[in-house]
Design a protein around this ligand. Structure first.
Ligand code: FES
Length: 178
């Protein structure tokens, strides 16, 4: 066999091996980067988590709602931010140790709903949707096609109010997580 032919074959094999090893070495970091970018489970403080919003003792006994800002910690692979406002809720006592939570966002088009103490109901200033104190639609001509979005609550350690905070798509007749 021609020695130059042998030399050329060896050179080709060396280059092919180097390319394979180089490619294999790059796979784990690329895969890890893609996983971090695409995997929302790695992010803490995401929608749908329980968040402490206040204390049961801050709620009036007569069932009048109080508004609480929802603050959370946002954390991903690179950053951690504490006390980030992500929304607000109305909370009211429906029993001595039971609380109802309503997202303040109007289900019609996303404005913030106001509580009207003189009418014991909610009014959205944008297009005049009105809601009863329990969040149900109060007006047959309401532009909102569903009531205010109720959220799951928990009372922990006797006095801590926790809410499973979530926004829902505006304009839909049923609750669709946003
Ligand atoms: S956004 Fe509330 S009534 Fe339209």
């Amino acid at each position: 066999m021609d020695p130059t032919e042998n030399e050329g074959r060896r050179d080709f094999l060396k280059k092919a091996c180097a390319a394979c090893i180089g490619g294999a070495v790059m796979i784990p970091p690329i895969a890890a980067g893609v996983a971090v970018l695409l995997d929302p489970i790695r992010k803490k403080g995401a929608a749908g988590d329980f968040v402490q919003v206040g204390f049961l003792s801050a709620l009036p006994d007569d069932g009048t709602p109080r508004k609480f800002t929802v603050l959370t910690t946002r954390e991903d692979a690179w950053n951690k931010m504490t006390n980030v406002p992500v929304g607000a809720v109305y909370l009211r006592r429906v029993a001595p140790d039971k609380v109802q939570a309503l997202n303040v966002v109007c289900p019609h088009a996303g404005c913030f709903v106001d509580f009207m103490p003189d009418r014991s109901s909610y009014l959205c200033p944008c297009h005049d949707s009105t809601f009863a104190i329990d969040g149900k639609i109060n007006d047959r001509k309401s532009p909102a096609s569903r009531g205010m979005d109720e959220l799951e609550t928990q009372i922990r350690n006797g006095n801590e109010l926790w809410v499973k905070f979530q926004n829902f798509l505006a304009g839909a007749p049923e609750k669709i997580p946003a």
